[in-house]
Design a protein around this ligand. Structure first.
Ligand SMILES: [Zn+2]
Length: 265
């Protein structure tokens, strides 16, 4: 049985998704002048951001913060797709692989992770088992096992100015290391040709009044790092944070403001 769900980009609450019909449900509605498509399979939500970019969102019950939704993106090319960040778990990440192959008719062949926390790398094993080429900041791969996470197979080559030599498998995206912020290893990923930037946990969502989890943050560096992202990707019209709905470049300015304020407090 299929059922229609009301979906709002402004209130992504996915806790009930596990109760939903496991058959993929197709939902679409207009948000302002854009036509936004959204589908659910199992406990993963997929939201279309452009012709070539989808956002995946999964929820995990955390000890400290309760249920936390987390986003990544899928960038789709002519013959393959690049996954940016896993879901929280291997099972959820396996669902992303299957849905992308079935619905977008495109296999995920490469993946890149924006730092070594469970919401970004909790499903690396599922990707490695599926033969997906996996990449992360060398520091992420070093830190991952200390957090009980499986590292990516390959280290990204990062220059002193933060630019990254894009491996051929990742050619649908640009990767940038802007400096420390949420963590010392946080990177951002731009979907080429789509003006959509995935900011991960470095970027706070609209309306945020704090920096979120700062256990491993570098607060003195965070504002400069956010500004570095703005300078590096001036054409980004959509900025996707890890936690909360996508917004515009103002999310980077908001994040820098929050970081400067946190330094004074
Ligand atoms: Zn994190």
């Amino acid at each position: 049985m299929r059922s229609r769900l009301q979906f709002s980009l402004l209130s992504i609450v996915l806790c009930s998704c596990t109760d939903a019909d496991p058959v993929a449900e197709s939902v679409s509605r207009s948000v302002t002048d854009r036509h936004i498509a959204s589908e659910i399979r199992g406990d993963v939500q997929f939201t279309q951001l452009s012709d070539t970019v989808w956002m995946h969102t999964t929820v995990h019950e955390t000890e400290t913060w309760g249920p936390v939704p987390s986003n990544g993106i899928i960038v789709v090319g002519a013959t393959h797709a690049v996954l940016v960040d896993t879901a929280w778990t291997n099972a959820q990440t396996q669902t992303i692989l299957e849905w992308t192959a079935d619905v977008l008719d495109t296999p995920v062949t490469a993946a890149v992770f924006t730092h070594a926390h469970q919401d970004k790398m909790g499903g690396v094993q599922a990707l490695r088992d599926a033969g997906v080429a996996t990449y992360a900041h060398p520091l992420s791969n070093e830190i991952a096992p200390t957090h009980g996470l499986v590292p990516a197979e390959f280290d990204l080559a990062i220059s002193d100015d933060g630019s990254v030599i894009t491996p051929e498998e990742l050619a649908l995206v640009d990767v940038f290391y802007p400096g420390a912020g949420h963590t010392r290893d946080n990177i951002v990923v731009n979907a080429r040709g789509a003006d959509i930037l995935f900011g991960g946990c470095l970027v706070r969502s609209g309306g945020s009044t704090s920096l979120g989890n700062t256990d491993e943050a570098s607060i003195p560096d965070w504002a400069q790092s956010a500004d570095n992202v703005t300078r590096r990707f001036p054409d980004a019209t959509v900025v996707v944070p890890s936690h909360g709905p996508p917004g515009g470049p103002d999310l980077l300015a908001l994040t820098a403001d929050l970081a400067r304020k946190a330094q004074v407090d």
